[in-house]
Write a protein that binds this ligand. Structure first.
Ligand SMILES: Cc1cc2nc3c(=O)[nH]c(=O)nc-3n(C[C@H](O)[C@H](O)[C@H](O)COP(=O)(O)OP(=O)(O)OC[C@H]3O[C@@H](n4cnc5c(N)ncnc54)[C@H](O)[C@@H]3O)c2cc1C
Length: 514
């Protein structure tokens, strides 16, 4: 007897795989361009992906993002915050009180050390600008800081560095990219202001509003609880299979899974993705950033927005946020937040909440004395262990240059498109996911509408790129030093790099003018 068929079989034009910011942005853009023949498949029972809220201690808490980076109208997230009146506070200036392991207030020393990081961090930026302009390769941020004499050995220096860099990149300067980190398009385009969302609808409200703008109630184009297990692709199209046995056959699919999910191989690609795509994906760092919320019977901590802890171990419960500081939650909420990243975040995720609470309380008792109460509740999100995220956000590793970006963004066989917070220049940000979703939707709509179709990644073609040369190759993207130039006597100057040629011409012109 044949086994009973399970699931559904659907044919449509486009599949959007994942209903986080990138997926909803892609589907919305497809819809706006008149391409309404799509289905969104999402593994969980909700939309939003890493943008998510939970109820904790009587409040709605965002356990994913809640900062908007850049309050400029060019930032689509900021525009939506304004449109939907999403409440929050200007978080650009951060007040901080710092205590050491004996509970002493060491805030003045903190500010002195923080000020001493100004010069090395400015030097890092200048070096990034120079290396970028002169085409020199990337290097680890750590190496640049060292060049400026920043060698943190004291606990205070390590804590300052962690606060300044690790809390942002989600990992140490040792592995963070100088060029990508310092020459950040987000700051260039949207400015340095930050907005902390405290809205009780959660930041996911923005994504819900985006979805409502093109999906009707119970719209059959959004399918939740559909865990994708296999993606079969060819030059002719894509077939996706889900855990419940459903099959979806389409002309184009947009994969919006996080880099952590793609690296985990929990979804099988048949045939496997080409090497250039796999290599590029494997170079992106999926960092861990864990916000631990604590609810206490009463408030005993400082009133400042941030509280710093200077302990022996680098990154060990160093950065705290007072959730009762003005504009955040009301007094009497008694909620404190401590954030850990990288190794500490992975370690905390792997242990029990009881073990984490014991560690946290030991630190708080160092700062505020033995008499403080235990929390009544603790919340430890586990983004790294969640099979639908496998980490918190993408941080590009050292050496991810424009060529690697092209590989991350390029479709496979002109059928399988990739979008998410790891595939674009605004990597690791919510607005980056928004832009990437819109980008691939635009590429597909153009192709379907009869415009040019993106086929896939083309490796750089080496050849002579100088139009003045006899053997100029108009298709070449990288000069290989093979240019042949006519001389007055008809002889040739043989293999000669274009850059030397240009330098020579420039030098000649300059000398002539003197
Ligand atoms: C703790 C934390 C703090 C952050 N802070 C900020 C911040 O303050 N500001 C900021 O700008 N950004 C922040 N970010 C980053 C931001 O959340 C992400 O950049 C953004 O949400 C990524 O959206 P996405 O659509 O690319 O990916 P995702 O949100 O991961 O969407 C992918 C979707 O695919 C689904 N999926 C995965 N696997 C499968 C499968 N096999 N089958 C079906 N569906 C699947 C997932 O469930 C998910 O819905 C933070 C992230 C975290 C976790």
């Amino acid at each position: 007897m044949l086994p009973a068929c399970q699931g559904e079989t659907v044919k449509t034009k486009v599949l959007v795989l994942g209903a986080g910011m990138a997926g909803i942005s892609a589907a919305r853009s497809l819809n706006q361009s008149g391409l309404t023949d799509f289905v969104i498949l999402e593994g969980t029972g909700r939309i939003g992906g890493r943008v998510w809220k939970v109820q904790f201690g009587g409040k709605t808490i965002d356990i994913g993002p809640n900062w908007v980076y850049g309050t400029s109208d060019d930032n689509p997230i900021w525009r939506m915050v304004e449109t939907y009146n999403v409440t929050g506070i200007d978080a650009s200036q951060k007040g901080i009180k710092v205590r050491n392991s004996s509970g002493h207030d060491v805030t003045p020393q903190w500010h002195t050390v923080l000020a001493s990081l100004d010069e090395p961090s400015e030097a890092a930026y200048d070096l990034a600008v120079e290396r970028n302009a002169t085409g020199q390769p990337d290097m680890p941020l750590r190496a640049t800081l060292k060049l400026s004499g920043w060698n943190p050995t004291a606990s205070m220096e390590k804590a300052v560095e962690y606060y300044w860099y690790d809390m942002y990149y989600g990992e140490k300067p040792d592995v963070s990219s100088l060029l990508r980190g310092e020459l950040n398009p987000t700051t260039d385009m949207f400015g340095e202001s930050e907005y902390l969302i405290t809205d009780q609808r959660g930041i996911v409200y923005i994504i819900e509003q985006m979805a409502e703008s093109f999906l009707a109630e119970n719209d059959q184009r959004l399918k939740l609880n559909k865990t994708i297990t296999t993606i079969r692709w060819s030059d002719d199209g894509v077939t996706v299979t889900t855990k419940d046995g459903s099959r979806y056959t389409v002309d184009f699919a947009i994969v919006t899974f996080s880099m952590g999910v793609l690296q985990s191989k929990s979804v099988e690609f048949v045939p496997g993705l080409p090497d250039w795509k796999r290599e590029a994906i494997s170079r992106v760092h999926m960092v861990s950033y864990t916000k631990i919320y604590l609810k206490f019977p009463s408030k005993f901590w400082d009133d400042d927005e941030y509280i710093g802890y200077i302990g022996e171990r680098r990154g060990y419960y160093t950065v705290w946020q007072n959730m009762e500081s003005p504009g955040v939650f009301l007094e009497g909420t008694n909620i404190l937040l401590v954030t850990v990243v990288d190794d500490e975040a992975r370690r905390v995720e792997a242990q029990s909440d009881e073990a984490t609470q014991a560690e946290v309380m030991a630190v708080l008792r160092n700062m505020y004395g033995a008499g403080i109460p235990d929390p009544t509740d603790i919340l430890v999100p586990r983004w790294g262990q969640d099979p639908f995220s496998r980490g918190s956000y993408a941080n590009w590793g050292v050496g991810i240059d424009d060529e690697e970006l092209r590989k991350l963004q390029a479709p496979v066989a002109g059928r399988l498109f990739f979008a998410g917070d790891g595939t674009g220049p605004h990597f690791g940000y919510l607005h980056g996911a928004f832009f990437e979703g819109a980008r691939v939707a635009g590429a597909i709509a153009t192709c379907v509408g009869g415009g040019p179709c993106e086929e896939g990644y083309q490796p750089p073609r080496r050849g002579c790129t100088c139009p003045a040369a006899d053997n100029f190759d108009s298709q070449a993207t990288v000069d290989n030093g093979s240019c042949l130039y006519p001389t007055s006597g008809g002889d040739r100057i043989v293999p000669f790099s274009t850059s030397f040629y240009i330098m020579g011409v420039a030098a000649f012109t300059f000398t002539d003018m003197m």
